[in-house]
Design a protein around this ligand. Structure first.
Ligand SMILES: [Zn+2]
Length: 223
């Protein structure tokens, strides 16, 4: 099985999260976020995707913040691509999408209805690639993580970063729940698992268990 991965979001920025995964002739887009911040980034929201929209077989969403899901409605309308995820507890974020866009300085964004809500232990497939779903609330209540068991990597959205964790000061964010999601639902997958966060560099679960100031074994043990 040959799987290729392409990051088509805003490199070195904190917005516009999009990963394109190809397996054989099939393509899967992980998140479809909008850019915000500096004008040259916001202008990128009007650029065409570097892939043909109708070549994408599915969009899977980690969570429903604008910088991860704000471009989903338009993509789905133009291409008819099915939307899978996040978990249904993020529905209130999707309903607030137009208001979120106004509040946080994004271009207009529309609400959408996922073709499939995802749950713990669900599977999403593209070609021969099968991703396992982990429900990891805390940053948002319906946040999910996608884990690929053969290549041992995970798309973690805004749950975990290299040296940090997701913000929990948004509505229905929950710090203790986020720590529990990481410790009990991600770290058991294995120290060797590499992860791709929504923002910033990649890392491994093992490295974060050793040195992450929020969720390392030593830190949580002390608490
Ligand atoms: Zn987020």
């Amino acid at each position: 099985m040959t799987v290729t991965l392409q990051f088509i979001g805003g490199a070195d920025s904190v917005t516009g999260s999009k990963y394109l995964v190809r397996s054989g002739t099939q393509s899967l887009l992980v998140d479809c976020g909008l850019f915000q911040g500096f004008k040259q980034l916001r202008l990128r929201n009007w650029d065409p995707l570097p892939v043909k929209p109708d070549s994408i077989d599915a969009v899977i969403l980690t969570h429903a913040h604008l910088d991860h899901a704000g471009g989903t409605a338009e993509l789905a309308r133009r291409s008819g691509v099915p939307i899978e995820g996040p978990q249904q507890d993020d529905q209130f974020w999707i309903e607030q999408m137009p208001a979120q866009a106004r509040m946080f300085g994004f271009p207009p964004s529309e609400r959408f209805t996922p073709d499939r809500w995802l749950h713990q232990d669900d599977r999403v497939t593209v070609g021969e690639l099968e991703l396992q779903v982990r429900h990891c609330p805390g940053h948002t209540p319906g946040h999910v993580v996608f884990f690929e068991p053969e290549s041992r990597f995970a798309f973690v959205g805004d749950v975990l970063f290299a040296g940090s964790i997701g913000r929990t000061d948004f509505p229905r964010g929950n710090h203790a729940q986020l720590i529990a999601s990481i410790r009990h639902n991600l770290f058991p997958l294995g120290d060797d698992v590499g992860f791709l966060p929504g923002h910033g560099p990649t890392s491994t679960f093992g490295a974060e268990r050793r040195s992450n100031p929020f969720v390392a074994d030593s830190v949580v043990g002390r608490a």
